[in-house]
Design a protein around this ligand. Sequence first.
Ligand code: FMN
Length: 490
Amino acid sequence: MVSTAERVPAQLLFDLDRQDVEGRLSRVHKVCCPVDPMRRYWAGAEAVVTSAPQLATRLVQLGRLLEWSYGYRAPRHLGQRLSRRAPSAGGLYPTETFLLVDTGAAWRVLYYHFIHQAFFAVPGTNAAAVAADLGLRPGEAAVLLVSALWRTVQRYGVRGYRYCLLDAAHVGWNLASVAQRCGFAASAQTGGLTARAQESLGLEDGEALVLSMVLRPGAHEVSVPRPPRPKGLEHLLPPAAEDTPLLNPVLRRVDTFHGRTLGGDRATLPLSDPACWGPGTGLESWADDRYSAKNFRETSVPVALLERAAQAARDAVAADGASAAGIGVHLIAVRVEGAPVGVGTLTDEGRLVWSGGPEWPSEAMARRVGAACQNQSIAERSSFLLVLTAPWDDVLASGHAGYRPLVLACGFAGAALYREAVRLGLGTTTIGGFSDAAVAALLRDPALHPVAIQAFGVPELEAIKVDAAHVVWNSTPPELRRRQRWGRTP
Ligand SMILES: Cc1cc2nc3c(=O)[nH]c(=O)nc-3n(C[C@H](O)[C@H](O)[C@H](O)COP(=O)(O)O)c2cc1C
């Protein structure tokens, strides 16, 4: 008989297999049904107003931190729509933010609405129980990042869960970065979130508590500047919202997977990237210069830029404590002056090391990269890509509870890389749409699980972004699939 301990990795393999995507490009339609389960908090409700001066100041400060990290920003050029300060797969923005705050008299949970730019009360919560479950201390506050899963799952299927986690990590990293800049101490709690905390928070099916950002006022806290309010924000309010189809089997599968990731170690990760705040970096340029390239120009870039980006990825992985999770940074050079076309890594001493194997002409490598990334032209035309990976053995050993922190840690590194690209004068984008198996094959190591890709190159500013969203099953390496079938611990 197969024991429970043996079945857990088998279940994880089975689940992850269903999250993989195939290489073909399929165009998808823009999501036209606005799903807004959070409407229950703000529609017809009054924004929170408090007469307690200390709490009022606290809420203003925290609201502004949220705006700088995830708020709406004015279009960068004519004809562009309003965008947000954190990237999101498909621009679907599943991440919602709740604040757990110590009012002095009690813990309270508030929901922040980015169009109203205001907090709303969340009735029916057991805020003290959530604070206890998350191990919060008096005076601390936590921003709880909740994914409205259906927003992303309706377009990307079960793969959408990985995107939801990466999206939330971008918001969390931005928040930590801007909070530290304004004198707060910030850390990320990726594990230790429980089903009980979700319940105490009043979350419903299809809503997942994925990350908690703990904020502590510091001795050098400054007044957070008020972010500009872009024109036309109120037009984004949907006239009506569709209900999340809770019985949808794909949503059920994602919800169940998330449930299995809850619990685990309650350790917090300090997050910092002091380098992204150069002496002249103002809050506005920090928040608004980040963007995802729509396409690249198929141009070569000097190897020094690849080295700096790879170093930034390694620093981010180490600074975020993610190295403990065994995250590796792999390079794919497609068009880099001074480097061979091929795959490699960066040593601890900062040296690029290229794996042996057949030399590919640049165009052939570009085609292989494109094919592995759902034939996305943005991947094919990039200059180089950084792939964040974890060894399959580690992934399986840490089980579901380790999987969410792993993806979140890769998302934190991706967020740091967006800032690095601005510094390097390169365009970048996270690439979530890729076949795990095809990317592992490209890296010539089927024992690696690629979690996220960051592509770099010279941006083509007039391009239009194309979505690739075909989802398939069963691209786990055959050997792993055999183990999964027999339910044995690899
Ligand atoms: C998890 C994640 C996955 C993404 N995957 C892709 C992708 O596969 N291809 C792509 O071109 N862009 C991808 N993007 C970039 C988004 O399309 C982009 O963030 C969104 O359009 C918003 O634009 P902005 O980042 O410029 O604000 C991804 C972003 C995230 C956060």
